[in-house]
Design a protein around this ligand. Structure first.
Ligand code: HCA
Ligand code: CU
Length: 361
């Protein structure tokens, strides 16, 4: 299963602040893709965020709605006010955090976690608990937290690679050990080293049943796993057919429009060039059968295949574009190819057609 955190982790991106209407629009689009969970925000950050979560939670989406919370009764009260069904409680339990941030010891911190979990449970919330910075937390501390979570019948635990520091093989080992506690496992992988998706996949291999992602991979710093990349990998490598991949591109565009943040042109799946072919050798193969240079056809993701034209073009490139304008004259194709190859500029299909028509008159 997949949890989208665009509205929580994603809102921690510099420059991003969602209005309640934005939250609803994105939530509806996520629901259309079919994500299993939507992490809708952290209500303690602002009253408007709380209102937005409440608006989304009352909309009757298929996805489970989760709100984020520190291990504090006052935060939990706000999650209750927002009427989310799930709460994601997090607290860092590494020695460094205990000593230098919270100035407490493990048992003091666990008492606080226990109080928060019991309080949330008493109020009917389903609970995910995350020992933040899990991948850099001492195993002894994690064991204590996981035993507590099991005792309190927490619904899920999440393993967060908060700084993106994990090596995929180490991450696999860690997830495997946590899975043995018998609590359903979620993974949350940051992309500081570009390893977020690799780690998430290793998490799945090790038995995690819920993976966090965001649209366009946004989030703190370098962000987390990109939703379209994760769903593409689940489809291609694991045969997961239940998500509507053809909606991913419009979802990415919606989030770009709302956040004002574009993805890079060579970004997988939703980047401008992700299904664009340029070299003549590639194009001559792709016009026959796209699978020569596309791992899945562009249409799978609601994309259109495009054929770019500059001096890398081959005869098939020119033929392909002109045929769409009803021009099939071989001499014109040859002459245009010569002109294209002599230039350093790109040519749009319209420019090619225009030049071809001029040559015909
Ligand atoms: C944060 C940190 C977090 C929390 C993840 C979680 C992380 O921004 O609060 O609560 O499951 O990466 O550890 O996003
Ligand atoms: Cu995070």
């Amino acid at each position: 299963m997949v949890l989208d955190s665009t509205l929580r982790e994603g809102e921690q991106t510099p420059g991003v602040n969602f209005s309640p209407e934005d939250r609803l629009r994105i939530g509806i689009a996520l629901d259309e893709v079919g994500v299993d969970f939507i992490e809708a925000g952290h209500p303690a950050v602002s009253g408007e965020i709380l209102e937005g979560i409440r608006l989304l939670a009352s909309h009757g989406l298929n996805a489970n709605i989760l709100a984020h919370s520190r291990a504090l009764r006052s935060d939990i009260d706000l999650v209750l006010k927002a009427e989310a069904e799930w709460i994601g409680i997090f607290m860092c339990l590494s020695q460094r955090c205990l000593e230098r941030r919270f100035r407490t010891d493990l048992s003091g911190a666990l008492t606080r976690v226990e109080d928060a979990i019991l309080y949330a449970k008493d109020h009917g919330l389903k609970i995910r608990f995350t020992p933040e910075d899990t991948t850099r937390t001492e195993w002894k501390n994690l064991t204590a937290a996981l035993n507590l979570a099991r005792e309190l019948k927490v619904d899920r635990v999440s393993i967060a690679d908060t700084t993106g520091a994990a090596h995929p093989l180490e991450f696999y080992d860690l997830v495997k050990r946590v899975v043995e506690f018998g609590i359903p496992v979620n993974v949350h992988c940051h992309n500081d080293l570009g390893l977020a998706l690799a780690n998430a996949i290793m998490g799945i291999e090790a038995g995690a049943t819920l993976v966090d992602a965001t649209v366009n991979g946004i989030g703190e710093r370098a962000g987390i796993v990109d939703l379209s990349h994760l769903l593409a990998a689940l489809y291609y490598h694991y045969g997961v057919k239940k998500y509507r991949l053809e909606k991913l591109y419009s979802l990415s565009r919606l989030v770009s429009e709302i956040t004002g943040l574009q993805v890079q042109v060579n970004y997988p799946i939703v980047g401008q060039n992700a299904f664009t072919h340029k070299a003549g050798l590639h194009v001559s193969a792709v016009v026959r059968d796209p699978s020569f240079y596309e791992f899945l056809p562009a249409e799978t993701f609601g994309r259109e295949r495009t054929i770019y034209v500059d001096r890398f073009a081959g005869r098939e490139t020119i033929r392909f574009h002109l045929s769409r304008f009803g021009i099939h004259d071989e001499e014109i194709i040859e002459e245009l190819l010569r002109r294209v190859k002599a230039s350093r500029r790109p040519f749009t299909p319209e420019m090619l057609a225009e030049e071809a028509r001029r040559m015909m008159t």
